[in-house]
Ligand binder design. Structure first.
Ligand SMILES: Cc1cc2nc3c(=O)[nH]c(=O)nc-3n(C[C@H](O)[C@H](O)[C@H](O)COP(=O)(O)OP(=O)(O)OC[C@H]3O[C@@H](n4cnc5c(N)ncnc54)[C@H](O)[C@@H]3O)c2cc1C
Length: 389
């Protein structure tokens, strides 16, 4: 039996970032995913510029290599915000929005991890995680040991449940939003979608979107189902009608949860640390989570390296590193979230529309990573961690 320095569960953006950084630092890393790559991941695929900058810094690549490998399906400096089908804002961002094909993006990052000598086990579902014995068990019954375990298995993975169980036998208390998403060929739409569009006025405590994706458009919505009288499927049909889609035909919309609050509630237990969606680190207002997946994994990797070299509590080191860089920001968003969504829900459309027109450029600066949320302890940290990674 081989003992690895680190076992990583999940080969999405969070898992690949940690694997790449830790293997590059000379650690032996094995990672596991229940799927075989390339695999589909439900996602709008919109990466604000802050995410692309972080990827460039962490993986030492230029964004042109994403373009060369066919990962990028669209870039745009313009964006539109609609309210109930009416155009409210046609804006221009100084930094481009990058739209990626998530299957290609995740495979690309996984291949970068492979180049560092990471042992990759695809098609291996992890069913049991022991954060004290420091082993994992896959569905086939195989047991793997490591000094540390990183839970990067997303919103529905096994590690978040394991951390909640291990800590005071509580339930997993993350708040999860629902989502529904469908990709349609451009010919099916009654009007062109040539830039990212945010569609307000359909979903209470959430929003909808239409994102261009090559010859297709991704239509989706996310939010709290319990705040809405109509089902998400009915709401998606309303959007389709307004956007001129006659019928969805064969294309069945798909759903997946998105963390929607309590960021960082469960970060570590024993020798297990959680990153990305497994740790509930998506932005509580926008639902955007790829940025947090990369940044939290950078912090977790630095914490693992520090704990291996100098000892100390892995969880405490990780919390300290992530607190300065990410939690402060997400907590600011979590504080603002009820204000934003209550205003969109209860104010007359004319008033909420006026507020959107007034504040969208400020929101854009936060989304682009030029500024933190109004009540956040931290701004966006673009610089590398002063660490060992
Ligand atoms: C509809 C929708 C739209 C979104 N749009 C955007 C967007 O436009 N921009 C943005 O930034 N974010 C978006 N997000 C959020 C974003 O997709 C996630 O935050 C991001 O994928 C998190 O990355 P991750 O690596 O933590 O987890 P994931 O990408 O979910 O990866 C987890 C991996 O773990 C594997 N896994 C799970 N369980 C197990 C197990 N038991 N054993 C082994 N492997 C396992 C899975 O197969 C998967 O490969 C969206 C989410 C949804 C649902």
């Amino acid at each position: 039996m081989r003992l690895h320095d680190v076992l990583i569960i999940g080969c999405g953006p969070a898992g690949s970032t940690a694997a790449f950084l830790l293997a590059r630092a000379g650690l032996s890393v094995a990672m596991f995913d229940k799927c075989v790559f390339p695999r589909q991941k439900l996602c709008g695929g919109l990466l604000p510029d802050k995410t692309v900058r972080v990827v460039e810094r962490l993986f030492g690549i230029h964004r042109s290599s994403l373009q060369d490998k066919g990962v990028i399906v669209h870039t745009s400096n313009t964006y539109r915000i609609y309210s109930g089908g009416r155009l409210l804002v046609e804006g221009r961002s100084p930094r481009p929005f990058t739209l990626v094909d998530r299957a290609a993006y995740d495979s690309f990052l996984l291949e970068l991890a492979r180049t560092q000598g990471v042992e990759i086990h695809e098609g291996q579902k992890v069913e049991r995680v022991d954060p004290y014995g420091t082993f994992i068990e896959t569905a086939s019954g195989a047991r793997h040991y490591g000094r540390f375990i990183i839970g990067a298995d997303g919103a529905l993975g096994v590690t978040a449940r394991c951390a909640a169980n291990a800590l005071a036998r509580e339930r997993d208390r993350r708040i999860l939003a629902g989502s529904l998403d469908v990709t349609l060929p451009v010919e099916k739409l009654g009007r062109p979608v040539f830039c990212p569009e945010i569609l307000l006025g359909y979903v209470d405590w959430g929003y909808a979107w239409a994102f261009p994706s090559g010859r297709s458009v991704t239509l989706g919505l996310g939010g709290l189902q319990r705040k809405n009288k109509k089902t998400f499927k009915e709401l998606l049909n309303d959007i389709c009608e307004d956007i001129g889609v006659k019928r969805l035909g064969e294309t069945e919309p798909k759903g997946h949860p998105i963390p929607f609050g309590r960021p960082g509630d469960r970060l570590a237990v024993g020798s297990l640390v959680l990153v990305g969606d497994a740790a509930g680190l998506a932005d509580p207002i926008t639902g955007e989570g790829v940025y947090s997946a990369h940044l939290s994994s950078e912090a977790a990797s630095a914490a693992v390296i520090r704990a291996l070299r100098y000892g100390g509590s892995l969880g405490a080191i990780y919390r300290r590193l992530i607190d300065r860089r990410l939690l402060g920001l997400l907590e600011g968003a979590a504080r603002l979230q009820p204000l934003v969504y209550t205003a969109l829900e209860v104010l007359p459309r004319s008033v909420s529309g006026m507020l959107v027109r007034r504040f969208h450029t400020r929101a854009l600066r936060v989304i682009n990573g030029d500024k933190g949320y109004p009540f956040s302890r931290t701004g966006h940290p673009d610089a590398a961690l002063p660490s060992f990674v």
